[in-house]
Design a binder for this molecule. Structure first.
Ligand SMILES: Nc1ncnc2c1ncn2[C@@H]1O[C@H](COP(=O)(O)OP(=O)(O)OP(=O)(O)O)[C@@H](O)[C@H]1O
Length: 237
């Protein structure tokens, strides 16, 4: 579903590349934690998947397409296949909960009938039934993140990218959000890539762990915890 082949990303200016010859593959339906210290290249990897930036070298494939070769007009179609969730929720604060979720369907050209059906269904799936007319600032952080997740999945993307989704939440609420992400992954077979610093989450949920260190892939371990041992053969080559 996602494949990096010797991907290097160097931003302009001096210093090491943000990603340095990373080769890794994530299959459809997997749930993967992407870990590493601040500056290790996690956000860069996620931005490459979304084609918000392009590799300096190597190839990035998403759903069988090499995204660097994708024509500009096809990028919106690629992005429609990818739902995104962030630490800071990024809701539209002037729109209600229901409108936030509906908006994601409006911009992708769904009919009003489809939207009327899917929005309540999705809000129920994330545990927000009855809250469609609330405004985001009337919700707790955990509830706001549920709205963001509903918005990310309402168009049934193939991939869900979550960049520190529990970063602003207390431990109990973080666990609720993890339970929800796990359920979405299990029930829909959506591929989930979650960048996180949250050691307790990584240790508790025991997913595949991909670890970056200064732009290099140093660990790729099924069911690994946060502090597993780096592999001695970076890139697995
Ligand atoms: N737009 C940019 N221009 C120049 N350098 C950048 C840019 N974005 C990131 N970098 C650099 O690339 C490296 C990797 O950054 P990146 O944001 O991918 O790391 P990260 O692991 O996501 O960090 P964090 O956990 O703090 O979000 C860092 O050295 C960073 O300073």
């Amino acid at each position: 579903m996602i494949r990096f082949e010797k991907v290097t990303k160097a931003y302009p200016g001096p210093g090491k590349p943000a990603l340095d010859s990373v080769t890794v593959e994530v299959e459809k339906g997997e749930f993967v934690f992407l870990v590493g210290a601040s500056g290790s290249g996690k956000s860069t990897a996620l931005r490459l998947i979304l084609r918000e930036t392009r590799p300096s070298d190597g190839r990035v494939y998403v759903a069988g397409k090499e995204i660097n070769r994708l024509a500009g007009w096809k990028v919106p179609r690629l992005r429609r296949q990818i739902g995104t969730v962030f630490q800071d929720f990024r809701l539209l604060n002037t729109k209600s909960v229901g409108e936030n979720v509906a908006f994601a369907m409006q911009v992708t050209g769904h009919s009003r009938k489809e939207i009327r059906r899917a929005v309540p269904e999705t809000l129920e799936m994330v545990g927000l039934q009855g809250k469609a007319s609330r405004m985001p600032d009337e919700l707790s952080g955990g509830e706001q993140q549920r709205v963001a997740i509903a918005r990310a999945v309402v168009n049934e993307p193939m991939i869900l990218i979550a960049d520190e989704p529990t970063g602003n939440l207390d431990p109990a609420t973080s666990n609720d959000i993890m339970t929800l992400l796990e359920r979405i992954n299990a029930e829909t077979d959506m591929t989930v890539v979650m960048a996180t610093h949250d050691e307790s989450i990584v240790d508790r949920y025991r997913k595949r762990v991909i670890e970056l260190h200064q732009g290099r892939l140093v660990r790729d371990e099924a069911g690994g915890g946060y502090g597993g041992r780096p592999t001695t053969t970076p890139q697995g080559v």
